[in-house]
Ligand binder design. Structure first.
Ligand code: ZN
Length: 59
């Protein structure tokens, strides 16, 4: 079964990627995250997005 999911980081649709707490992260963003330095703005943005997911999960 293939279904397009909206990436929580970039907002684009994709079928390849991973799910974190039922939220989709596309392969591009996943690879960027892995390669991103902890001081990078994109990393901070990702953490922000992740926090929103965690808050939803804990609500
Ligand atoms: Zn993405």
């Amino acid at each position: 079964m293939e279904k397009d999911e909206h990436c929580i980081v970039c907002g684009k649709q994709g079928t390849e990627g991973l799910f974190i707490f039922n939220s989709f992260v596309c392969k591009n963003c996943e690879q960027e995250m892995v390669a991103t330095d902890a001081c990078d703005d994109k990393y901070l943005y990702f953490i922000k997005q992740m926090r929103q997911i965690w808050m939803k999960q804990n609500a």
